[in-house]
Design a protein around this ligand. Sequence first.
Ligand SMILES: Nc1ncnc2c1ncn2[C@@H]1O[C@H](COP(=O)(O)OP(=O)(O)OP(=O)(O)O)[C@@H](O)[C@H]1O
Length: 700
Amino acid sequence: MQSLVDAPRIGEKMAQRFISHFGCEEDAMAAILRGDIASISEIEGVGRRYAISLVHDVRSTEDGIDISSFLKTRDSVDIYERVIDSIKNYASTPYARDKLHTYIPYPSSRKDLIGINRDWVENHMEYLSMLDDMDRISASLSRIKPLKNFPSIPRVRDRVIVTSNTDDYSILKEKYGKSIEVQLVEDPLEFADVARSYPHVIAIGEPFLEYDFPEDTNPEIITNTREIEEWHILPEKQISFFAFNHERIMNALDLAIILDKAGIPSIVNADISSLSNLMAAINPEGNIVEGRDGEIDRLHHILDNVDSELTKYVDQCNREINDLLQKSSITLSGNDMLGVIRDEVELKDILSRNISASFSQIINDARKEFIDTLSMKQNECLFVDYFFPSELCYPVEADVSQLQKFKEQIKQQIFRREVTHKRDIAYELHEFRQPLKQLVMRLLDLDVGLAVARFGHSLQMQLAGFEDECGMGLKNGKNIFLCEKSVAVEPIDYSLGSIMSPSQVPSSPVVLLSGVNSGGKTSMLELVAQCTILSHMGFPVPADELKIGPVDSLYYFSKSRGTLDAGAFETTLRSFSALAGAGSKLVLVDELESITEPGASAKIIAGILETLSEESNTMAIFVSHLADQILENTDASIRVDGIEAKGLDNELNLIVDRNPIYNHIAKSTPELIVERLFRSGGEVEREFYRRLKNKFEKGC
Ligand SMILES: Nc1ncnc2c1ncn2[C@@H]1O[C@H](COP(=O)(O)OP(=O)(O)OP(=O)(O)O)[C@@H](O)[C@H]1O
C-alpha cells in the first residue's frame, strides 16, 4: 500500500476524511500499519470501517496465518464472522468491538497459538468470576476511551523564552514556537527591552548571568539547556493534556480502583490516589482549581479587597477623628495665647498637641485592623504606612500612588507563585502520563478479554478437548445463533468417528444426515461449525463437552438456493474437487442436492462421499433428503443419521427430537403431513388420506 488514497476499498474522499482524523497522511498510515485500534476506534462513521479493513489486510500479510488458512469456503468465513459478531455483543467499548474484529485470532490448527489463546481466555474467565456486579463494570467500561493527545494550547502571552545561541534558538522555536514567544537576543540592550515587555522572561544560557536587566524586572535565568523540560517551560501543555482528557482519566481511575479492589491483577501500575488528588486540582478547562498553597489565595484576597478595605478604614478614621474633634475643647494657656498673637505658634499645632495621642491611637487601631483583615505579612505592612498617615492630618487620605504600586507588587507575587504552582503540578502530572496511557489501554484490552469471557459464560461454554484420532463428539451443544434468537434451544449430543461414539453405532467419520423439514439439520451443521471454529481459536465452545480430532481446514457449504445453471453447477463441482487430499479436514454440506435434478444430485453426492470416506483424516456431514438414492449409488459404508419427528402433538404440530438418531433414516415430512391431514380431515377426506397413508406405511 503506497498511500491511503490508493488503498484498496478506500475512496479518495473517504481517505481524506480518515487522514484528517490523524492530522496528516503519515500518521494515519502509521496508525494502520501498527494496528492502532485505540486511535481508529475514535473515528466516527464509515471511515472507521475502512480503517479496520485496512488493518485487517496489513495483519493478514504479516501473521502468516490469514483467514483462509483454516476457513476454506466463503460460507465458513460467514459463520466465523457471525460468531465474532456474537462475541462483539458482549463488548462495552468501540475499541473492544473493533479489536475483536481485527485482532481476534483466526482459527488455525497451530497448537501453540491455540494454547496461548486458551490461557488468555481462561485468565479472563477467572477475572469475570471475580467481578460481582458485571453490569456496573460494563457501564463503567463503556465510559473508557483512549486518551487523546491535545493538539495545541492557546498561545501563552505572558511569557517569553530568550536565548543568545542560534542553535538553541532553532530547537526552542521548533519545540515551543507554536505556543510561546521565542526570541534570539544578541546584546544586553535587546535583553533589557524584552525583559521590560513580558512579566515572565525565561532566559536560557550562561551569557545572561553577565547581563544587566532593568530594576523592576526579574528574569528567570536557566544555565543548563539540558534541564529544559516541557513541564518547566510550558507547564500549561502538560496540564492541558490532563485537562483535555479529564473525564476520560477520572473514569479510568474510578474503574481501576474498583477492579483493583476486586483483585484483578496488573490493572493499577501507579499511585492512583495521588493522581486522583492531582486531577482534583485541575478542571476540564485546564484551570488550577485546588491544591494551591494558601499563599496564592491570601494574595488574591489582598488584591481583591485592598481598595474597599482601605476606603472602609480611612472612612472609619475620619469619623472617629471627627467625633474626637467635636467632643474636644481647647483651653489655651497664657503662653499659648501670646504665642498665637505673636505668630510664633499656630493654633493647629496647639490642637495637634492636645489630640495627637488620641489621633495616633485611632490611626494605629485602624491600621492594625486593616492589616489583620487582609492577613498581610510583615514586608507588605511597609506600604500600609503610606496608606495611614503618621502625622496628624484631617481628613485622612490614603496615598493612591502607593496603593497602585502595592497592588502591582502583589500581582507579581501571585503571578510568580502561580507559575511555580503550575510547574509543580505539571511536573507531578508528567510522571503519570505514561502509566496512565498504559492503564487506559489495559482497561480497554480487559474489555476485549471480558467480552470473550462473558460470551463463554452466557452459554456455560467450555474449552474443547483435542484428540489425536479422526472424529468429534459433543455433549449438550447449543447453536449460538439460535440462542440469540431467544428460541428455547434443545441441547444436542452428536458424534462422528469413534470419539464419544455410543456403543453399537458404526463409528463412521463421514455421515449423511437425513430428516424432517425444519427439524434442525442446518442448525446442527452450524453448531458443529461453530464448535470447530471456536475450538481452533482457543475460545470456549457452546457445549458442555467437545472432543475433536485433528482439523487443518473447515469446508462449510450452506444450502444452495435452487437449481444452478450449467456454469454455476460447474463452479460448484470445482469447489468440491478441492476436497480431495488436502490434509485433515471437516466438511459440512447442507442439501447439495438442489444444485441439479435429484437423480444426478444423488450420484454426485454419493461420489463425493465415497472419496471422502476413503481418506483417513476427513470428517464430513452431508445433510440430504435423498439418503436412499445416495446409498443406492455407492457401495461405500456410509452411516445415515436422522432427525425425526416423533409424531404430532394435540394441535397437530410436528414434535421433533432435535437430536439425530444414529444409523437411522428419518421419516420424511410428507408422511407426517399426510398423517396430519388424515387426522384433521372430515369423513370423506379421511378416506382419501387413508389411502395415501397406507402407501407410506407399506413402503410402496
Ligand atoms: N436444537 C434446537 N432446539 C430448538 N429449536 C431448534 C433446534 N434446532 C432447530 N430448531 C428450530 O427449528 C428451526 C428450523 O431449523 P433448521 O433450519 O435447522 O431445520 P432444517 O432441518 O435444516 O430444515 P430444512 O430441512 O427445512 O432446511 C429453527 O429455526 C429453530 O427454530
